[in-house]
Design a protein around this ligand. Structure first.
Ligand code: GLP
Length: 242
């Protein structure tokens, strides 16, 4: 795991966008695994700027998102489908048919999870972007999830619902379930880029970098992957002793 420590969120976003832009220049039909949450928003802003400056194009890029809330229609302002369009896709030349976000609306959620998993197994993601939950979740793989887990319907941890309540009018509106790539799907990517910023991620970053590999802390699985870049800012890295 290569750890890059930068000063602040601006630098973190710029550094992450450089990694992705380099890949996109080398391979104009790269497959990107994308993430939501507040952390990658700055990265997406930088990618939009690079697109506007004609440095990169999304014309042949395909994307697979990590997860999606259940119990929310696609058009809901907090669905990850809407999030991705608002923060990236609506501003670049990405083709709608190349965008893959798990569908979570239907009566048979397990079937939807299986369909998304089959899609994922038919490709090899070149680079997977990840944020990290305060409890160490990646995607929506909560503590205790098996490292062998593939795409599934998850019941969100109370901590995750509380953390994400800031995007909703109240905690009651936060969905209880989500569909998420499993840890096995995430680990299948050729390269992984994890971003963590701010004081709220200090414990998680310490556990990730200095803690043991355990299913109690899902992100720790990344230590078993040979090609991971972790970018943290000074604030997020404050508890690190090494
Ligand atoms: C959400 C997402 C994760 C994300 C995490 C952290 O629950 N499912 O993919 O990494 O929360 O979010 P934030 O970046 O807003 O702290």
């Amino acid at each position: 795991m290569k750890v890059i420590k930068v000063k602040n969120y601006e630098e973190l976003s710029a550094t992450a966008s450089e990694v992705i832009a380099e890949l996109m220049k080398e391979k104009n039909d790269a497959i990107l695994g994308l993430a939501t949450g507040s952390t990658p928003i700055g990265l997406y802003k930088n990618l939009i700027k690079k697109y506007e400056n004609k440095e990169i194009s999304f014309q042949n890029i395909r994307s697979y998102n990590l997860d999606e809330y259940c119990e929310l229609p696609r058009e809901h302002k907090e669905s990850y489908y809407t999030f991705m369009h608002r923060n990236l896709f609506d501003h670049v030349d990405m083709k709608e048919e190349n965008i893959n976000i798990p569908s979570s609306v239907g009566s048979d959620l397990n079937k939807l999870a299986k369909e998304y998993n089959d899609k994922l197994n038919s490709v090899k993601v070149d680079l997977q972007v990840l944020g990290i939950g305060g409890n160490g979740h990646i995607g929506f793989n909560e503590p205790g999830t098996s490292f062998d887990q593939e795409t599934f319907i998850v019941e969100l941890a109370e901590k995750t619902r509380q953390d994400n309540a800031r995007f909703f009018n109240s905690i009651d509106e936060v969905p209880h379930h989500a569909i998420t790539m499993g840890i096995k799907n995430i680990m299948n990517a050729k390269q992984i880029l994890l971003l963590a910023s701010g004081a709220g991620k200090q414990e998680a970053v310490k556990n990730l970098i200095e803690g043991p590999i355990t299913e109690k802390f899902p992100a720790s699985v990344l230590k078993k992957h040979g090609n991971v870049i972790v970018i943290i800012d000074e604030e997020a890295g404050k508890l690190l002793t090494k």
